[in-house]
Design a protein around this ligand. Structure first.
Ligand SMILES: NC(=O)c1ccc[n+]([C@@H]2O[C@H](COP(=O)([O-])OP(=O)(O)OC[C@H]3O[C@@H](n4cnc5c(N)ncnc54)[C@H](OP(=O)(O)O)[C@@H]3O)[C@@H](O)[C@H]2O)c1
Length: 252
């Protein structure tokens, strides 16, 4: 009998780390990746490209704007009908906007996407995670959200204090991870907080890519490899922790 497919939902699958991670995950024939995208037209193009690059992969597309409760409800209804469970949720969608002194609107937008989105989506998905024999949640955070590293800049290359509003949202996401870890382990669900490293993507705008390259940003494949390793069980001993892609643990 063929092994049961692992049903993996990843948010923000239409760009950067989410897109490359989807491509990596569908290289394993026992994975089915549901690409959560806020823009269906953009997502359809990504889906077609992936299907032509990896014809053996199994994946599907789902409209999912993490700031919109109707969108979350409709997505969950669809997953319930199509699969009846989620084995792995990757809360990857995120933005890094706002200057040194962000406006209230900028702050609201950052918190909506980086914090409220993964909070509401994960809570809403609990019944479907409970239907999995080995559920997992990965929250894609950033070392910039480490309060320890920001307070002790000599210990981290990201301790400069730049992008303050983004940092605050990722610190909140880190706390969310710890609370989810405590709650969801009651039904065997493993939760991690994951820093994907400094990589080339459209974070902050595609126009920043040349600058990111100049600053030493790496290939997003390295971020995807780290996520794949978590889902393969290679970081199981670090469940509930804040971990990086190269096997390291990051201080909260
Ligand atoms: N790149 C880095 O160096 C780095 C470092 C540390 C952490 N991270 C984290 O990695 C994650 C992925 O970022 P990335 O670097 O791959 O950036 P990216 O290329 O800009 O991708 C972000 C994704 O999030 C999606 N998104 C934005 N708002 C959304 C919403 N309301 N609902 C659903 N999806 C939404 C975007 O959709 P569209 O395609 O429609 O724009 C896009 O697919 C983020 O959480 C980021 O904070 C990145």
């Amino acid at each position: 009998m063929a092994p049961q497919k692992q049903i993996i939902l990843i948010t923000g699958a239409s760009s950067g780390i989410g897109l490359v991670t989807t491509a990596s995950l569908i290289s394993t024939p026992t994975n089915h990746v549901i690409m959560g995208v806020r823009n269906l037209a953009k997502g359809e193009k990504c889906l077609k490209d992936l299907q032509s690059q990896r014809p053996q992969g199994t994946l599907s597309l789902l409209e999912l704007d993490v700031t919109n409760d109707d969108s979350i409800s409709a997505a969950i209804n669809q997953i319930s009908m199509d699969f009846g469970r989620i084995d792995s949720l990757i809360n990857n969608a995120g933005i890094a906007e706002g200057g040194k002194h962000p406006t209230r609107a900028e702050l609201r937008n950052l918190f909506e996407i980086n914090v409220f989105g993964p909070t509401i989506l994960t809570n809403s998905l609990i019944p479907l995670l409970q239907n999995s024999p080995a559920p997992k949640v990965i929250n894609v955070s950033s070392e910039r959200g480490s309060i320890h590293n920001c307070a002790n800049p000599a210990e981290s290359k990201y301790g400069d204090g730049g992008l303050p509003a983004y940092r605050v949202t990722k610190a909140a996401l880190n706390m969310l991870t710890v609370t989810q870890y405590k709650e969801l382990k009651s039904f065997g669900c493993k939760v991690w907080c994951y820093c994907p490293g400094f990589v080339i993507s459209n974070l902050g705008g595609a126009e920043l890519q040349p600058m990111r390259k100049q600053m030493g940003a790496e290939d997003p494949q390295t971020s995807a490899d780290g996520i794949v390793e978590i889902l393969q069980g290679k970081r199981d001993s670090e469940v509930g922790m804040f971990i990086g892609r190269a096997g390291e643990q990051i201080r909260w």
